[in-house]
Write a protein that binds this ligand. Structure first.
Ligand code: CA
Ligand code: CA
Length: 523
C-alpha cells in the first residue's frame, strides 16, 4: 500500500514448510529391554562427557563417538558405570550442542547414527549405561520448526511463544527475554538463537515424548534434562519454577517408564531439591552441595552446612558433583583447590562416599586444568589430556584442534598418571572400584557420627543387610575418631588411605592427617 501514512505491516508472504524435512512421526516404545543390571544408575558412578572434547578418532581435530568407543575400556577400568553425553544431536552452535536443529539426528561432527548405536552397544557390553542430554526448553532458531513458526499462520506458530507486541520480561541479569522475529516477537530465555518452546502446547510435549522414545528404542538408557526450571512461563515475573514444570516432568517419568531400567536426571540450579523429588523429576543435580564438598576439602573440616545439606536431600537418588561444564558451577577442581592434590583427594572422597549418585566431569579424574588461552565455559571444555604431547595432549592426530589443550597437560595426563600409584587418577580408580564393591556406599542411608575433633567427618551408610563406616580426617593434624563398635575384628577394612586399619580397636582409631578409612560389616 504505497503512500499509506499509517504504520507499515510486513506481509507475511507464503507459508514455509521447512519442517517437512524433519521426522515428526509418532514413536511407540518397541525396544523396551535393558541388558544393564536392575537399578544400575543408583549404583553407578557417572562420567559427564563433552563429546567434542573427549577423543578424536579420525584426525579432524574434533572429538567423536568412535573416540569414546576407543576409551570405553579406560572408563571401565576407572569403574565408571554410567556416561552422560552432553548434547549429541544436530545443533546450530557447532560447539556445546544446546541449540538443537534436529532432535532425531546426530551432530555431524560426532558421527553417524550407526556410530552412535555402536557406542551404545559397546558401552552396554561393558555394563555401562548411556544417558544423553535432552534440551527440552528451547530449540535452535535454525530448527526448521522455528523457521516455520515465523509465519503467523503456520501450524507451528503455537509451538513457540509469540507476541504481536514487544514485551519486556527481564530475566536474572535484567536482559530482556523477548526478541524480534520476522513477524512479531518471540520468547527465548537464554539467547535469541534459542527460542523457547511453548510447553503449554500438548503437541509440543508429544513431540518431545516421541523423540525420547526414538532414542530409547535405539538403546539410550535415559536422559539429562536441561534447564527444567524454565519450561513453562506464566507471564512477566513468573518465568521460572512454575508448578506446571513438575507436571511435565512427571509425564516424562511416565514416558521413560514405558521402557525398563531408564534414568532421568534434571538440571535446575535454583530448584534442585524440589525438582529432585519423586513428584517432579525424581532425580536432580544437587547444586549447592558441590560448594559444601569443595569447601570442606579446602578448609580441612566439614563445612558448617555439609551435614545439613546431606540431610535436606529428598533421597539418595540426587546427583552430586564437584564441578561440571558450566562456569557458574565453578572452575575446574584443580583450580578450586589451588593445585593442592591432597585437598583434591579429600573432595573426591566426599563425592564418592556421601549419599547421591556421583558425576565425575571428564578430566576431573586426572586433575585436568583449564584450556590454554580459553575463557569462561570454553576453559572448562578443553580437549582431554591423554598424554603429555605439547601440541595435542594425545587427543588427536590432527595439527589443528577445535580448541587448545589444557594448560597443565605436561603434568596432569592419563598416560603418566596411570604409571604413578600416588596420582589423582590412581586415587579415583581405587576409590571408585572400592565403592563399586560396597553396596551400602551406593544406596545406604546416611547417619552422621559426631566427633570431638573438628577435622573429622565420620558417618555410616546403612543398607538392608550391610553397612559401611566412613572415617575421614580432612585436616592437617592427627585426630582420634571414636565409635562404640569400632574394632577391626567387627568391621572389615574395605579402603584406606594414609592410615593402617589395624589402628582401629576398642572403639577408637587414630587418624593421621588427610587419612581415609572405610569399613564394612554384614548385619
Ligand atoms: Ca573427529
Ligand atoms: Ca520455557
Amino acid at each position: 500500500m504505497a503512500g499509506c501514512a499509517s504504520k507499515q505491516v510486513a506481509e507475511p508472504g507464503p507459508l514455509t514448510h521447512f519442517s517437512d524435512s524433519l521426522d515428526l512421526s509418532p514413536v511407540m516404545a518397541e525396544n523396551r529391554q535393558s541388558t544393564l543390571p536392575e537399578d544400575w544408575y543408583r549404583k553407578a558412578v557417572f562420567m559427564e562427557i563433552y563429546v567434542r572434547g573427549f577423543k578424536d578418532s579420525d584426525g579432524n581435530g574434533v572429538g567423536d563417538f568412535n573416540g569414546i568407543i576407543e576409551k570405553l575400556d579406560y572408563l571401565k577400568e576407572l569403574g565408571i558405570g554410567g556416561i552422560w553425553l552432553m548434547p549429541m544431536m544436530k545443533s546450530q552452535d557447532n560447539d556445546h550442542g544446546y541449540a538443537v536443529v534436529d532432535y532425531r539426528a546426530t551432530e555431524k561432527d560426532y558421527g553417524t547414527l550407526e556410530d552412535f548405536k555402536r557406542l551404545l552397544d559397546e558401552a552396554h557390553k561393558r555394563g555401562i549405561g548411556v544417558i544423553v542430554d535432552y534440551v527440552i526448553n528451547h530449540s535452535a532458531a535454525l530448527n526448521p520448526l522455528f523457521k516455520d513458526s515465523q509465519h503467523p499462520l503456520s501450524d507451528k506458530r503455537d509451538w513457540y511463544i509469540w507476541s504481536e507486541d514487544k514485551q519486556f520480561w527481564p530475566r536474572w541479569d535484567y536482559e530482556n527475554t523477548w526478541h524480534e522475529g520476522k513477524h512479531g516477537y518471540y520468547y527465548g530465555v537464554f539467547w535469541s538463537q534459542m527460542p523457547d518452546f511453548n510447553m503449554k502446547n500438548p503437541e509440543v510435549l508429544e513431540f518431545h515424548k516421541n523423540n525420547l522414545r526414538f532414542w530409547m528404542n535405539l538403546g539410550v538408557d535415559g536422559f539429562r534434562f536441561d534447564a527444567v526450571g524454565s519450561l513453562v512461563e506464566n507471564g512477566n515475573g513468573a518465568m521460572f519454577s512454575q508448578p506446571e514444570n513438575d507436571q511435565i516432568l512427571q509425564e516424562l517419568q511416565q514416558t521413560l517408564g514405558e521402557f525398563d531400567n531408564r534414568y532421568m536426571v534434571c538440571e535446575d540450579p535454583t530448584g534442585s531439591l524440589r525438582v529432585g523429588k519423586k513428584e517432579s523429576c525424581g532425580s536432580a543435580f544437587y547444586f549447592g552441595m558441590h560448594k559444601e564438598l569443595i569447601a570442606s576439602a579446602t578448609y580441612g573440616w566439614p563445612s558448617r552446612d555439609l551435614i545439613g545439606a546431606v540431610k535436606r536431600a529428598p533421597h539418595n537418588d540426587m546427583a552430586i558433583m564437584l564441578a561440571n561444564h558450566d562456569s557458574f558451577a565453578g572452575n575446574r577442581v584443580i583450580k578450586q583447590v589451588g593445585g593442592d592434590e591432597t585437598s583434591y583427594k579429600m573432595a573426591a572422597t566426599l563425592l564418592l562416599t556421601l549419599p547421591g549418585i556421583p558425576f565425575v566431569y571428564y578430566g576431573e579424574e586426572i586433575g585436568m586444568g583449564h584450556g590454554e588461552k580459553a575463557f569462561g565455559d570454553h576453559a572448562l571444555r578443553a580437549p582431554m589430556s591423554w598424554n603429555s604431547d605439547p601440541d595435542t595432549a594425545g587427543f588427536t592426530t590432527a595439527k589443528r584442534m577445535f580448541r587448545l589443550p589444557a594448560e597443565n597437560r605436561a603434568t596432569y595426563n592419563v598416560e603418566d598418571e596411570l604409571k604413578d600409584p600416588e596420582s589423582l587418577l590412581s586415587f579415583y580408580r581405587s576409590l571408585i572400584n572400592a565403592r563399586n564393591n560396597i553396596p551400602a556406599l551406593q544406596t545406604g542411608d546416611f547417619e552422621n557420627i559426631k566427633q570431638d575433633a573438628a577435622s573429622l567427618l565420620t558417618f555410616l551408610r546403612k543398607a538392608e543387610d550391610a553397612e559401611a563406616l566412613i572415617m575421614v580426617n580432612l585436616g592437617r593434624k592427627e585426630a582420634t575418631a571414636r565409635y562404640q563398635s569400632l574394632d577391626n575384628k567387627i568391621w572389615t577394612p574395605a579402603f584406606t588411605h594414609n592410615v593402617d586399619a589395624v589402628n582401629a580397636s576398642n572403639g577408637e582409631m587414630v587418624m593421621p592427617p588427610y587419612s581415609i578409612a572405610i569399613f564394612t560389616r554384614h548385619l
